[in-house]
Design a protein around this ligand. Structure first.
Ligand code: HEM
Length: 321
């Protein structure tokens, strides 16, 4: 996709931009003294996980998104329900039977607790693992700002209301992202995350049988494994980017130009509306996409972090201390 040269220029620009407008409370060097091997440890664990299963890179990237859009980037998404009545976000509509990667985060947390107890937050692990996942699948890099703390609460109802769904139209998407302080450029660039990973039949079934803004042969090729009959094969998977589902490149956007967006919400970005031009430019200029994606990931990672005396550093990412 993008030239290494282009991404290096972009990384330099992003470092300068991050330094200039850094979220006052987060910093690049947060663990340099307290846990110097933290970033290396996360990178190695993510690289291993992705080597074993390339889809894991997609799953870890998505975890950070689903964390940040619900009460901010505070690892609320990782809390398990408990027997004494606490209900977390894992059972919410957009998450249940769909979010993956929790075991990888557990493994990283276990290593970090051995090295530097109660120091590295689960929220920061999610942010760094998302970046390292993108890099290990060939995508751009960026500097992750650090110092988030972990929530002692979670919200299933906010997970249901604030995470955009696969049937969203362009206005739904723009308003869901604007509610989090993210621009339409951030929204389109972040949607490029769908250049990797898979979706379940139930999330694109309606599109391949009923939408008109879809390439005919593409829809036909998906119908065999995703039958229309109620109770059909809801668990079968299709790649979100049909041409290269395990490579972080810009072909997701080229697919949209050919009406091969898998989700209704994907094709909504290129359907005659205000984001068409940006989609075209990302399809033709991988460097521009990589750079905007990196900047948008920093913006997403800055959504309402807990800092200072707020929250805690969880010992186990699945439970409050
Ligand atoms: C724009 C609004 C978005 C909608 C409506 C949306 C919706 C979805 C849906 C329905 C799936 C498939 C889930 C399943 O079938 O189990 C999915 C997968 C995925 N999403 Fe999104 N998403 C959006 C934005 C994002 C963003 C901002 C990111 C990350 C920055 C992201 C990253 C991913 C990834 C990587 C996958 C594949 C996960 C895997 O294979 O395990 N999505 N998304």
């Amino acid at each position: 996709m993008a030239s290494k040269h282009g991404w290096i220029a972009c990384v330099l620009f992003l470092v300068a931009a991050a330094a200039a407008k850094a979220n006052a409370q987060l910093s690049e060097d947060y663990y340099d003294a307290s846990c110097p091997a933290a970033l290396l440890t996360i990178r190695a664990a993510v690289a291993t996980a992705v080597l074993l299963n390339r889809r894991m890179g997609a799953s870890l990237l998505r975890l950070h998104f689903h964390d940040c859009f619900v009460q901010g980037c505070d690892a609320s998404v990782l809390l398990d329900d408990t027997d004494d009545g606490f209900t977390g976000e894992k059972g919410a509509g957009p998450n249940a039977g769909s979010l993956l990667g929790f075991e990888v985060i557990d493994r990283i947390k276990m290593l970090l607790e051995l090295m530097c107890p109660r120091t590295v937050s689960c929220a920061d692990i999610l942010a760094v693992a998302a970046r390292d996942s993108v890099v290990s699948l060939g995508g751009p890099s960026w500097t992750v700002l650090l110092g988030r703390r972990d929530a002692t609460t979670a919200s299933a109802s906010l997970a249901n209301s604030d995470l955009p769904g696969p049937t969203s139209n362009l206005n739904n998407l723009l308003s869901a992202f604007s509610k989090k302080g993210l621009s339409s450029t951030d929204m389109v660039a972040l949607s490029g995350a769908h250049t990797i990973g898979r979706a379940q039949c139930k999330n694109y079934q309606d599109r391949i049988y009923n939408d008109t803004d879809i390439d005919g042969p593409f829809a036909a090729s998906l119908r065999a494994d995703c039958p229309q009959a109620a109770g059909g094969n809801d668990g079968s998977l299709a790649p979100l980017d049909v041409s290269s589902p395990d490579a972080f490149d810009n072909s997701y956007f080229s697919g949209l130009l050919y009406r091969q967006g898998l989700l209704h919400s994907d094709q909504a970005l290129y359907d005659g509306g205000s984001t068409d031009e940006l989609v075209k430019s990302y399809a033709s200029d991988g460097d521009r996409f990589g750079c905007d994606f990196a900047a948008a990931m920093v913006n997403m990672g800055n959504i309402s972090p807990l800092t200072g005396a707020d929250g805690e550093i969880r010992v186990n990412c699945r439970a409050v201390n």
